[in-house]
Write a protein that binds this ligand. Sequence first.
Ligand code: LRH
Ligand code: MN
Ligand code: MN
Length: 384
Amino acid sequence: MATDIKAALRRQRIETPSWAFGNSGTRFKVFAQKGVPRDPYEKLADAAQVHRFTGVAPTVALHIPWDKVDDYAGLARHARDLGVGIGAINSNVFQDDDYMLGSVTNPDPGVRRKALGHLLECVDIMDLTGSATLKLWFSDGTNYPGQDDLRARQDRLAEALAAVYDRLGDGQRFLLEYKLFEPAFYATDVPDWGTAYAHCLKLGPKAQVVVDTGHHAPGTNIEFIVAFLLREERLGGFDFNSRFYADDDLMVGAADPFQLFRIMYEVIRGGGYGEHIAFMLDQCHNIEPKIPGQIRSVMNVQEATAKALLVDADALAGAQAEGDVLGASAAFMDAYNTDVRPLLAELREESGLDPDPMAAYRRSGYAEKIVAERVGGAQAGWGA
Ligand code: LRH
Ligand code: MN
Ligand code: MN
């Protein structure tokens, strides 16, 4: 049993986001930290440290144009030299003045063309970097009833998604990300999984839904969404983070580790624990150091996964079949309440890693080295 669990944990891959390594904050203040990367190359170098000490974070998501470079193939080679690869390409149609009234749903066809042009350019970058995944999030929406036609905006969205879908090559896919609110406050054009799912369903199997754990109303049963989308073969992956209030982008597993466990249980139960469900982090480290923040987050995902793998499926199914409510609950909670840290430490040692990645990173001297070497670190692009 423990060997099966270890084998499954050894297979796990967690993707780090390039923007987690840059300076970030809220709209009230971006706090500058010492030693943060000055360009995408240095962000990849920091991400490589997360992989070096955890062994399970071999890819890094890019955000365009935050990670704009002249030579994307060269950037991918640089990543490979550092021992990591390029993961999802995240599009950004939310930071230009042109997008004040929306991007692909904007009433102005010129703005829509510009937004679509950016999305297609992101697919070009996928070709150049070998990335298989495009992540689409639209900040599009309206602030006032009557401001724009809700139905027409859906038509414009569908048209843009179809154009992107047609551009995807073999082995490429897009993940459509929903978010209940923000920056629009009255109506959001892709507010929930149902809207994202409906658009994806029309297009085909290369269009899948990504669940950002911070993008729901408080109290939403996210694991139900996960179970449903997996059952319909439309779950593409996760943007993991924690939230207490809104889209807080705090470290995954920090606010509600039990929720993370419940999500991971449904992923495993639904057969999604394989190659095609992307476990990505979408976080910012505003007040804590960034590389250790990412290491901690990766470990939190591993811990939740290990606990979910520990659920005694036979005991649980037996109790469920008998209508044994308390027995089923106990089978579930026994796994959650198991301390899996020794198991993970053992696993790391077996893989030639330090059993304590946080301590190993601290001892490595990398943090002091980047503070000494890097002056004038860049902003993540977020929270400006
Ligand atoms: C939007 C979002 C989306 C963006 C990222 C920076 O809130 O979750 O994934 O690309 O934040
Ligand atoms: Mn996200
Ligand atoms: Mn978000």
